[in-house]
Design a protein around this ligand. Structure first.
Ligand code: AMP
Ligand code: MG
Length: 522
């Protein structure tokens, strides 16, 4: 059983290619991409495929079992009528311009047209490219499972994201020093086939602005608008500003989703900011367990915590400022950009307020709502309180039972005995004012709970859950990988058969590598 994909190579046909055909590390100028073939794998094996992504691409489950499919997603054969390539981009990493980065271990197979949509298929970990710098272009099973599971889970959560089609074991060994402490070890190599309408990032535009190559910058921006923002007019200064404004809006929407579900990206460099406002590049990301604005999963960021949970909105703003700088040569007037960047801050306040109201099940207007939200942020930080469990259980609070609130959310506290004295008083006072607001709501308790359950997921990919799936997969047991994949398709449903995953992080996972802290090594 084979399958046929309709290819439409818009990116490579319209944009300038690097004329050098050889695959060696270099600076690539005046080009948006370089042609490059994936490396042959020694013993590839498909570990998992996403049925939802298969359906989008019009590939049957039967075809996904074929040798042809295995060859495609392992990079052992390329798509007919398409030539694989790696993109050139730069980026600001941890606040500093880092120069050329590019697809160092991502190879685009081609653009597939299916059911009126365009999907770029990209292999992550398929070997070196001209952009690999000093690294090997490969990926390990550990990080590939994390990307595969999380990107599909995000899709089902309703969070804009790149997708994943498949997870493949390459049969090759890859050397990694996980904690950067001089103890490298061999790990299993793997490849995720990622899918997105485009993988363009802020860094794709920044690189041309940084090199004063306004011509290529304009070609790329015009291409992006034509194919990915077709609702905008023909290129002009106003259209470029409108483009920036649209990207800013989408980025705001994205970061509000992250704050809503408790996702911390971990490496919000400008090369990890999708121009479409999608979550992209799943590296040392993490999910909040205790609600904590200061938390970051990324060990590399331990000291300054630049990319901590509470800072994500202002970091997205900072990244947009860099994109504005990159687009400036096309407009040559700062005012329009400044206005959009200022508006972002105001819109963020409103969006945050709106999102928290939805999490709390408050749908009417009341002047005390903001105070109640602010005080909740404070009390949540008084003792370790599980974000997912707290908000999910909050839906069970009844309007008529103010004194009962603490009892209802009890399971969310990591140390029950800490909920005493002043902390207990603060919580009780908070529940008093919250129930007063609930009493002003027109919805019944059950109607409110139903709405809240669509905003507050019951199941997210907790860091230790992914690690358990990784540990099992490392021993060739892929049962948990499949169980979590299935569980996370319905994150807002009760799914009583999976109740064991509606639980706080176990104690053993508190300080375990991969569970609470992650390095960038992948
Ligand atoms: P990241 O931190 O994953 O966003 O990656 C930053 C840059 O490093 C990107 O240009 C990646 O393509 C590149 N990179 C990361 N890991 C590797 C690797 N193993 N081999 C080659 N390039 C890599
Ligand atoms: Mg990246």
């Amino acid at each position: 059983m084979s399958f046929k994909l309709k290819l439409n190579n818009r990116f490579t046909e319209a944009l300038p290619a690097d004329p050098v055909p050889e695959n060696y590390r270099r600076q690539v100028e005046q080009a948006c991409f370089s042609w490059v073939f994936p490396k042959k794998t020694s013993n590839p094996k498909v570990l998992h495929v996403s049925p939802e992504m298969l359906a989008e691409l019009g590939i049957s489950e039967e075809a996904a079992n074929s040798l042809e499919f295995l060859k495609m997603v392992s990079g052992d054969s390329v798509l007919p009528n398409s030539k694989p390539f790696a993109m050139c981009y730069g980026g600001h990493q941890f606040g500093h311009w880092a120069g050329q980065l590019g697809d160092g271990r991502a190879i685009n197979l081609g653009e597939v047209e299916s059911q009126g949509k365009h999907w770029m298929l990209q292999l992550k970990g398929a070997g070196p490219t001209p952009y690999s710098r000093s690294a090997d272009g490969l990926a390990v099973l550990r990080s590939s499972i994390r990307e595969y599971l999380c990107s599909e889970a995000m899709y089902h959560l309703g969070v804009p994201t790149t997708r994943a089609l498949s997870l493949v074991l390459t049969g090759d060994q890859v050397l990694r020093d996980v904690m950067y402490d001089g103890h490298p070890e061999y790990e299993k190599g793997a490849i995720v086939c990622r899918v997105s309408p485009t993988f363009l990032r802020f860094g794709n535009y920044e690189i041309f602005a940084a090199r004063n190559d306004v011509e290529t910058l304009k070609t790329l921006v015009d291409f992006t608008i034509k194919h990915h923002f077709p609702e905008l007019d023909k290129p002009s200064k106003e259209t470029y500003l409108k483009f920036f404004e649209t990207v800013a809006k989408r980025s705001l929407d994205l970061v509000m989703h992250w704050q809503r579900v408790g996702f911390v990206h971990g490496v919000l460099n400008t090369d990890n900011m999708s121009i479409l406002g999608l979550t992209i590049d799943y590296g040392p990301y993490g999910w909040l367990e205790g609600y904590d604005h200061g938390w970051t999963p990324n060990t590399t960021d331990r000291e300054f915590k630049r990319y901590r949970f509470g800072a994500q909105p202002s970091i997205v703003h900072w990244n947009l400022f860099q994109l504005a700088n990159a687009l400036y040569p096309l407009v040559e007037e700062a005012e329009g950009f400044e206005q959009i960047l200022n508006d972002f801050k105001k819109q963020y306040q409103q969006a945050f307020h709106h999102m928290m109201k939805a999490k709390l099940g408050l749908f009417s207007e009341d002047e005390t709502t903001l105070e109640v939200i602010n005080e909740l942020e404070n009390v949540l930080h008084l003792s370790e309180t599980d974000m997912t469990i707290f908000f999910r259980l909050l839906g069970d609070v009844e309007k008529s039972k103010a004194q009962n609130g603490l009892e209802v959310v009890k399971k969310a506290f990591y140390a029950q005995d800490e909920i005493s004295g002043n902390i207990k008083n603060r919580w009780e006072a908070w529940f008093q004012s919250y129930t007063l607001l609930l009493q002003k709501e027109t919805l019944s308790d059950i109607e409110r709970k139903t709405k809240m359950n669509k905003t507050n997921p019951k199941y997210v990919l907790r860091n230790y859950m992914a690690q358990l799936a990784i540990d099992a997969a490392d021993k060739e047991d892929y049962g948990l990988l499949d169980e979590l994949f299935t569980l996370l398709k319905k994150p807002y449903d009760e799914q009583p058969e999976y109740e064991k995953w509606f639980a706080k992080r176990p104690d053993w996972a508190r300080h375990k590598v991969g569970c609470s802290m992650l390095s960038c090594s992948s």
